[in-house]
Design a protein around this ligand. Structure first.
Ligand code: HEM
Length: 494
């Protein structure tokens, strides 16, 4: 499905480009394996479970472990004793011009080397895993490698869930949508909201349109800042595609984190920086690359997404039957309506990605109502359809205790950053928002509330730390209770 480049494209036409390569997504089998319209399949887990850190399979997870003290494998360059991700296998092909000392990285998610920002975030969570595993080892000296790894992994996955819903989503969706979809996180206590009938898998419209809204937020540059947030250097996004080598510089990890927390993202709208639209994955020496926005729209057509108006209807939002009618409604600006009318014959054809990104934002939110509805519905499914949601009080061996859940309720992104960025001395309380002296003050790391990992200390009757693995009898009894529970849930819903 190559993308035809219009003759008047002001960037690619003068470079004599007529079409852009586009490879269709692999077809997947339909539910029930019957014949029908083409479907796609997800090669990652839907759940927020840290699998980007740990991998999707046991073999991958094992390849990332040291099998010592529950730690993940790291690379510790002499220039920076605070370790980075381990280097990728020499045979891997998705790395541009690696050298003997500067290779691409290996992580749980195969996209780790796509650009510097992803490699940075992967490094942060690798460090966080080992940070937690080492605290658990000190609290429970008799826990073995396996126990330390699994418990640290469990805690990190819970921290990711909590941060996503407690800090990131309220900014993106606004409080009204958070309330309407019941996505708010409680201040304390556990829940019994798990819904066995809810399909938690990823909606095509979420991955192929609504959540790609993140692309509009991406800036062209990654600033590198010192501990006082003074910018000392900038890395150009396009020169880091499949070359995240800046991370090998001394203090680079810390400087990029300090730069990212102190610089704004791009506004969420229908504008995209040219490192994404003209230079995506551009090779060194080339004059142009791919266009991510065009790929997103074409991917929507490849996957057969419903048009924008159908989605507005499904979400219970106002609809228009033609562009003139749309012009009189306060959904998108009149300039956008004019552009739609120039490019589409019928309003029903308008792509959900292009129009969803251009919608006026809802009050208190950073997205318009169509993307708000799709994103909220997805996160509702990921919360209430996840058996391992960290606040669930299900009778599962993996369920956290009430006290552990409350320790997770105290987790903030700013604390995670302070714990893993040695150069960082202070940061604003909500790391997803820029600092503000009144509403989001820069605060010393020593004053950002710590996470109470002592809730994972297992004491014997004599007060000594012991492994808390169950005896075989206890485990069998536990499993029987779990099966009874799910059986009764199934019956209730039948
Ligand atoms: C420099 C930053 C980024 C780059 C270079 C990038 C690049 C890409 C590319 C090349 C694709 C596949 C396009 C296709 O052929 O269909 C993609 C997919 C996607 N991106 Fe990004 N992206 C970036 C940032 C983000 C951000 C910040 C978000 C969200 C917060 C995001 C969300 C997504 C999603 C949800 C998909 C679909 C994934 C799937 O279905 O497999 N991306 N991105």
């Amino acid at each position: 499905m190559p993308i035809v480049i219009p003759k008047d494209d002001d960037f690619l036409a003068p470079l004599k480009q007529k079409c852009m390569e586009f490879v269709r997504s692999h077809p997947g089998s339909r539910t029930g394996c019957g014949q029908g319209i083409r479907e796609q399949f997800n090669t990652n887990t839907a759940f927020i479970d840290g699998s980007a850190i740990y991998g999707q399979t046991k073999a991958k997870a094992d390849s990332l472990r040291t099998f010592q003290d529950g730690n993940l494998d790291v690379f510790a360059p002499t220039s920076d004793p605070h370790y980075a991700l381990p280097p990728q296998n020499a045979k891997a092909s998705d790395c541009i011009a690696p050298t003997a000392t500067k290779k691409c990285f290996k992580a749980g998610d195969s996209r780790v080397n796509v650009h510097l920002g992803i490699a940075e975030v992967q490094t942060l969570w690798l460090r966080q895993h080992n940070f937690v595993a080492n605290i658990l080892r000190d609290l429970n000296p008799r826990w073995n490698d396996e126990k330390l790894y699994q418990e640290a992994r469990h805690i990190v996955a819970a921290q990711l869930q909590h941060i996503a819903y407690n800090e990131f989503l309220p900014i993106l969706l606004g409080e009204d949508i958070m309330d309407k979809w019941n996505l708010q996180i409680m201040e304390e206590g556990s829940t019994d909201d798990y819904d066995i009938t809810l399909n938690p898998s990823i909606l095509n419209e979420f991955s192929t349109a609504a959540y790609r809204v993140g692309h509009t937020m991406v800036p062209n540059l990654f600033p590198r800042a010192d501990k006082d947030f003074g910018v000392r250097k900038k890395e150009q996004l396009r020169s880091t595609y499949f070359r995240p080598f800046a991370l090998y510089d001394k203090d680079a990890f810390d400087e990029i984190i300090l730069g990212m927390v102190s610089s704004p993202t791009q506004e969420i709208d229908n504008n995209f920086v040219d490192d994404l639209t003209n230079h995506l994955f551009e090779l060194p020496g080339d004059a142009f690359g791919l266009d991510l926005t065009a790929l997103n729209v074409q991917r929507g057509r490849d996957h057969g997404l419903q048009g924008w108006m159908k989605w507005r209807k499904l979400c219970g939002l106002s609809t228009a039957s033609n562009f003139d009618e749309l012009r009189g409604m306060d959904i998108v600006s009149t300039e956008i309506v004019d552009r739609m009318a120039d490019n589409y014959d019928d309003i029903e054809d308008v792509d959900v990605y292009a129009a969803g990104a251009a919608e006026n934002h809802m009050s208190g939110a950073r997205v318009g109502p169509t993307f708000g509805c799709i994103i909220a519905e997805q996160f509702r499914r990921l919360k209430f359809g996840d058996r391992f949601w960290y606040e669930n009080n299900l009778p599962l061996p993996s369920s956290l205790t009430e006290k552990q859940i409350d320790a997770i309720h105290g987790v903030t992104m700013s604390r995670i950053l302070c714990d893993n960025t040695p150069l960082m001395e202070s940061v604003q309380l909500n790391a997803f928002l820029l600092s503000d002296p009144e509403s989001n003050p820069v605060t010393s790391c020593s004053k950002i509330p710590p996470i109470n990992y002592r809730r994972w200390r297992i004491k014997s009757r004599k007060g000594r730390s012991v492994p808390n693995s169950e005896s075989i009898d206890e485990a069998l009894h536990h499993n029987a209770t779990v099966y009874q529970f799910f059986d009764s849930q199934h019956k209730r819903h039948r």
